[in-house]
Design a protein around this ligand. Structure first.
Ligand SMILES: Cc1ncc(COP(=O)(O)O)c(C=O)c1O
Length: 364
């Protein structure tokens, strides 16, 4: 099928661009101390995870048990749930999954440790558990230093568990616009990790797995010499919000290419200044900004409602007509993906792949 025949709205992957992004990240870690464990919460697709594994990734990260199930059943043998899981039925599913694949999980509280231990014993598995450290994002995570060692000791003592390392993702650094801000945030994270590793050493605990990093900062985590894994996600698709980060050269970051688009059709041009497309809030999310119209300078998405996107023209004589199509770059790829059933992979304007978004709606 030609791209022009695809019904809209549709979630399109530019396969050439995505493959270049895949290779670029694989090359970035080559010859360094870090391994790649991309975050599958972004694409929610075991098909795409397998492409990442083929480029050298050691496994994937997930945020939810249901996502991890989708990845393991789709052929991913090694999953880190980079999150705290609370709820005994979820933990039963997690422990059951650990019989099929290597599955690790994070903790920042003795309650989780106790429940992880009960689930692991009930299923006869040993769960590797990482202590999540708050390295500046102030979401989950224990304070750096001695509290990390205290929780790690508790994990190590708990039947069915093994202390495996540190989850140290500095999420609030990723979208800081200036390169110096991102660099400083990761320098501070690294200092807090060092303090934590020292505290672990004093407690007689080795720490050979330190994982974190996102698309905005991964080069700093590599340069730290301390992180052993990267859990980057968005690099694969590169959304409009990430493109607003400024690089060391003072220009918008251009390391990765936009590879994810919402294809939309112009359904109305009621006045010369305005056109309306058939893709709104049910086709992309807007918490990180409105979508950017790809390749059409002077055409801006200015307003959205459930099923409509309103485009405004700086030049009212712009020729875009009813029936023509536009490619929208979503503001934020992760939640946009979660709105669709299928990826339509396109090369040279022809459909080459259809991949189900298997873990769409897997939010538990
Ligand atoms: C825990 C964790 N790790 C890694 C990532 C990946 O970050 P990015 O998609 O910015 O590369 C995220 C994204 O929110 C995250 O929450």
């Amino acid at each position: 099928m030609a791209l022009d025949e695809v019904e809209t709205p549709a979630l399109i992957i530019d396969l050439d661009a995505m493959e270049r992004n895949l290779r670029m990240m694989a090359e970035a870690v080559q010859g360094t101390q870090v391994k790649l464990r991309p975050h599958a919460k972004m694409h929610k697709s075991p098909d795409l995870a397998r492409l990442q594994l083929a480029q050298g990734a050691v496994g994937v990260c997930c945020q939810k048990v249901s996502e991890a199930e989708a990845m393991v059943r789709g052929g991913v043998p090694d999953v880190l749930v980079s999150n705290e899981i609370v709820g005994d039925t979820k933990l039963a599913r997690l422990a059951a999954l650990a019989r099929e694949a290597r599955v690790a999980v994070c903790a920042d509280d003795p309650f989780q440790v106790e429940r992880y231990s009960a689930a692991a014993q009930a299923f006869g598995v040993t769960l590797p558990v990482l202590v999540e450290v708050d390295v500046g994002a102030h979401r989950c995570g224990v304070a750096p230093g001695p509290p990390v060692a205290d929780l790690a000791k508790r994990i190590e003592r708990a039947p069915g568990l093994r202390f495996a390392g540190l989850q140290a993702y500095q999420g609030s650094a990723q979208h800081k616009r200036q390169p110096a801000e991102r660099r400083e945030a990761i320098q501070s994270a690294v200092a807090q990790i060092r303090e934590s590793v020292q505290a672990l050493g004093k407690a007689g605990l080795a720490c050979d797995w330190i994982t974190g990093a996102g698309t905005g900062t991964f080069r700093h985590e590599i340069a730290s010499g301390l992180y052993t894994e990267l859990q980057v996600g968005s690099y694969l698709f590169m959304d409009a919000d990430y493109a607003r980060n400024v690089g060391e050269d003072g220009k918008p970051v251009h390391e990765f290419e936009h590879a994810l688009f919402v294809l939309a059709t112009v359904i109305s041009r009621p006045v010369p200044e305005r056109a309306v497309v058939d893709a709104g809030l049910k086709a992309y999310t807007t918490e990180s900004g409105l979508p950017v119209v790809h390749g059409l300078p002077g055409v801006e998405c200015v307003r959205v409602s459930d099923e409509h996107g309103v485009l405004q023209f700086s030049d009212p004589s712009h020729p875009l007509k009813v029936g023509e199509r536009v490619m929208l770059i979503p503001g934020h790829c992760d939640p946009t993906v979660n709105l669709h059933d299928w990826y339509v992979g396109v090369r040279k304007r022809r459909v080459e792949a259809l991949w189900p978004i298997t873990a769409r709606g897997a939010v538990s």
